[in-house]
Design a protein. Structure first.
Length: 429
């Protein structure tokens, strides 16, 4: 399938943003990869359970990034207020509206800014890390993002600098058949620590295609929380990859409760001895929403640990797909890897597909995986109702209790509160 969507050629886009020649070269190469990689037919293993019926890429025009705004949208402002942060960035329709960072952190070399600003203000850093984790040709949608990215987040924390409160970015897209291509880069150098919360909103009748690159240097701590609360008419595609070096600790969380259809590739690459990675997911589709998460825990170094826990509740005729894969490379002895996917079915019409997998090339490892799907047992409801709790609140308590294991591991209180509110909203409370 050949898709023609470039109303603005790559060269014009790069020139408009006043980008250096290396960025134009990368965009051009990415576009070539996009054209060469076959369009998903639904027969590929990664696409077999997620069909793109009704999606036509040529219908969506890339955001131009020059839409004037009288002020911050109330939805963006509300999201910013929900998390107590030490630095914030708001991007609406590709344009940075808010950029704030504690001056003490700026003096220590911490950077929080829009990616296009970073290309101009910190060109050497951006060139060093842009495309260093997610391959330009990792999949068709990552290639498209590299070619057409029109907004982005850049976070850099120098060696031994501790950012003790979260940084927050809100990305909002207006209604209309537009395409947002957001590219995030977070770098924690050796001994550094940082937490970033990214909130994706809006895109009613639109599409988003995001790429996230996380670099956790030696002995660093990096927490990344990706909140997807797009309109239920939005198409959403995302590629997220993280690299953990020696003794690094990285916690990655994705919360998915918006969009019409989401397809997410999430890859954790443990390349440093003694590194520890955690992948957490919470999803709650309803109506006819379709949410697909594909994860890889790639152990390439010895004495490394990874732990994955994805939990989802499904209502109405919603569908969730989870496909997880643990690979232990030769030489990665003393690996400890765990993977669990749990689904709570709140409707007989809902469907959850869970496909865990292992590939082990080392002989001294501990790897386990598991998946479950089931409805709320009638005796749970009966037990609570027998104590004077009505059915609606009984169901709410059970669902919130089901998610508690994930919620308790989220390091930002404002995010936990937001998620609890969304769970209640999904339950009609």
């Amino acid at each position: 399938m050949t898709v023609q969507i470039l109303t603005t050629p790559v060269a014009v886009l790069a020139d408009k943003k006043d980008e250096p020649a290396w960025m134009l070269d990368l965009r051009t190469r990415a576009w070539r990869f996009f054209e060469e990689i076959p369009w998903p037919t639904g027969t590929e293993e990664t696409w077999r359970r997620t069909k793109l019926t009704g999606f036509h890429l040529e219908d969506y025009t890339p955001l131009a990034g020059d839409n004037p705004s009288a002020g911050l949208h109330e939805e963006t402002a509300k999201a910013l207020a929900e998390v107590e942060s030490i630095g914030s960035l708001a991007i609406e329709d590709g344009v940075a509206r808010v950029r704030e960072l504690d001056p003490a952190l700026s003096r220590r070399g911490v950077i929080l800014c829009a990616l296009d600003a970073a290309v101009r203000e910190h060109p050497d850093l951006v060139q060093k890390y842009f495309g260093s984790v997610v391959a330009v040709d990792e999949n068709k949608f990552s290639a498209l993002n590299y070619a057409l990215w029109n907004s982005g987040t850049f976070v850099y924390v120098p060696r031994n600098v501790i950012v003790d409160k979260p940084l927050q970015v809100v990305i909002r897209q207006s209604t209309g058949r537009s395409a947002g291509y957001h590219h995030t880069i977070v770098v924690a150098e050796e001994g550094a620590a940082v937490t970033l919360v990214e909130d994706f909103l809006g895109a009613d009748e639109g599409m988003t295609d995001s790429t996230v690159e996380l670099i956790a240097g030696p002995n660093s701590q990096l927490h990344y929380l990706h909140l997807q609360n797009l309109a239920t008419t939005a198409w959403n595609f995302g590629t997220q990859r993280m690299r953990l070096e020696r003794d690094a600790t990285l916690r990655h969380f994705i919360g998915s409760w918006g969009s019409r259809l989401s397809k997410n590739w999430i890859n954790m690459e443990l390349v440093g001895q003694g590194s520890t990675g955690e992948l957490l997911g919470l999803y709650f589709p309803s109506g006819r929403q379709h949410l697909d998460h594909h994860t890889n825990q790639l152990h390439k170094a010895p004495h490394a640990t990874s732990d994955l826990l994805f939990k989802g509740a499904l209502k109405d005729r919603a569908r969730a797909v989870y496909q997880g894969y643990i690979k232990v490379y030769s030489g990665a002895q003393k690996t400890n890897a765990y993977q669990a996917n749990r689904n709570l079915m709140l409707s007989k019409q809902a469907r959850a597909d869970s496909i865990p997998g292992l590939e082990i090339e080392a002989d001294d490892v501990r790897c386990t995986h598991g998946a479950t799907a089931g409805q709320i047992p009638d005796e749970y409801i009966f037990y609570l109702m027998a104590r004077g709790i009505d059915r609606t609140n009984a169901e709410r308590m059970i669902v919130q209790g089901f998610f508690e294991e994930v919620l308790n591991r989220i390091p930002v209180e404002g995010v936990r509160n937001k998620l609890e509110t969304e769970i209640a909203r999904k339950l009609g409370l």
